[in-house]
Design a protein around this ligand. Structure first.
Ligand SMILES: Cc1cc2nc3c(=O)[nH]c(=O)nc-3n(C[C@H](O)[C@H](O)[C@H](O)COP(=O)(O)O)c2cc1C
Length: 214
């Protein structure tokens, strides 16, 4: 592990950063504000192919406004819990950012890449949280930079599956009320796994649901 002396920056694509086609990763997207300062926010990024991503941006965030205006952003791959929390409830300290010609990355990232918007579409979406206006962004990944040798993009499916397995393994030990609550939780986990996960994740989740039906 550890930092490499020189950052690897040649001919890398999203697959060489550990991303897989069709999976959704929790990343930190960095953008440039109107006044030139950096902004960071956790954003889900779907890997569409080796050099293409799709983002769903909710109207009302700085990231939404900045991406709409600048037509480019940086995607940072990292698993630092403090960076996720700080960038959700406020913004990161300016010392956390590294400045580039036309944007910013995060110093503590395992890897990052710049993305240029190719298409954008504003849509009204209705989901389990209610109705919202979202911008669907398709972007081309460029200038992929690996800072650490080991890069592991954050995908939530495995955490969900482990959580669901814990509920499953205790299902006969709990009261009827608790059983109902845990079944609701497992169904919610299943929704997330099917949204963000790959084939094996979905298969694993189905096995859990099938076992519950026995
Ligand atoms: C793990 C995680 C993933 C998120 N994914 C998205 C997303 O895909 N799209 C989005 O618009 N907001 C997403 N959010 C919410 C934004 O990060 C949040 O609204 C943030 O405060 C926006 O910050 P900004 O105003 O600096 O852009 C996510 C939040 C978390 C914690």
């Amino acid at each position: 592990m550890g930092k490499k002396k020189n950052m690897v920056k040649n001919m890398l694509n999203l697959y060489s950063l550990g991303m897989e086609k069709g999976l959704l990763y929790e990343t930190i997207v960095t953008t440039r504000n109107l006044d030139g300062t950096p902004n960071a926010a956790p954003i889900g990024v779907v890997c569409k192919k080796e050099d293409e991503v799709v983002l769903y941006l909710f109207e009302g965030s700085k990231t939404f406004d900045n991406v709409k205006r600048e037509k480019s952003f940086y995607v940072n791959i990292l698993k630092d819990p403090l960076i996720f929390v700080q960038s959700t409830i406020g913004n990161l300290d300016s010392t956390e950012f590294k400045s580039h010609e036309n944007g910013f990355s995060i110093n503590r990232a395992e890897a990052f890449f710049k993305a240029e918007v190719t298409t954008e579409k504003v849509v009204k979406r209705k989901d389990h949280m209610g109705t919202s206006t979202q911008m669907v962004i398709r972007a081309k990944a460029q200038e992929t930079v690996k800072i650490r040798e080991q890069v592991e993009p954050l995908n939530r499916a495995i955490y969900g599956i482990i959580g669901a397995l814990i509920y499953l393994s205790r299902i006969d030990m709990v009261s009827e009320d608790k059983r109902k609550t845990n079944l609701d939780r497992i169904n919610e986990i299943s929704r997330v796994v099917n949204k963000v996960g790959g084939e094996d994740d979905k298969k694993a989740m189905k096995m859990i649901l099938d076992k519950l039906k026995e």
